[in-house]
Design a protein around this ligand. Structure first.
Ligand SMILES: [Zn+2]
Length: 133
């Protein structure tokens, strides 16, 4: 994710993303948000909802895996995990590149959630999945 978007999330939700200041042996957030910009709004909404619950949840890793969002935390109630499950599920409907309506697609062994346009670009070789982590 672009640095400016990452910084925005970290500034808006400093307690949730306090892990960016912790060593990698404790927390993997200093790797950044390991997904593309299309999921920014999804992450913003999830971060806001988690912060509202005020349970002191701390994110330990945020990334794309097998084409959808993974949002790992320390602790958390059932309500917290429900919010996270919902957001991870929703990520399979949002293009990871542009944020438009997307679906989970495969190319060889790669999986990505993409809109029609970005799927076409991917198939034609204009998007290299390796670059997105
Ligand atoms: Zn797209």
């Amino acid at each position: 994710m672009k640095t400016v978007l990452e910084q925005f999330l970290i500034r808006e939700f400093p307690e949730l993303y306090v892990g960016v200041y912790r060593p990698l042996t404790e927390n993997l957030m200093s790797f950044g948000f390991e997904c593309s910009d299309g999921w920014f709004a999804l992450l913003y909404d999830l971060s806001r909802a988690l912060t509202k619950l005020d349970e002191g949840v701390v994110a330990t890793q945020v990334k794309e895996k097998y084409g959808t969002l993974r949002f790992y935390i320390e602790g958390g109630s059932d309500e917290v995990f429900e919010l996270i499950d919902k957001a991870e599920g929703k990520s399979a409907t949002i293009c990871e590149i542009c944020g438009e309506l997307g679906k989970l697609r495969s190319l060889g062994t790669w999986l990505k959630t993409l809109c029609d346009e970005h799927y076409k670009a991917w198939v034609m070789g204009y998007l290299e999945p390796q670059r997105w982590g």
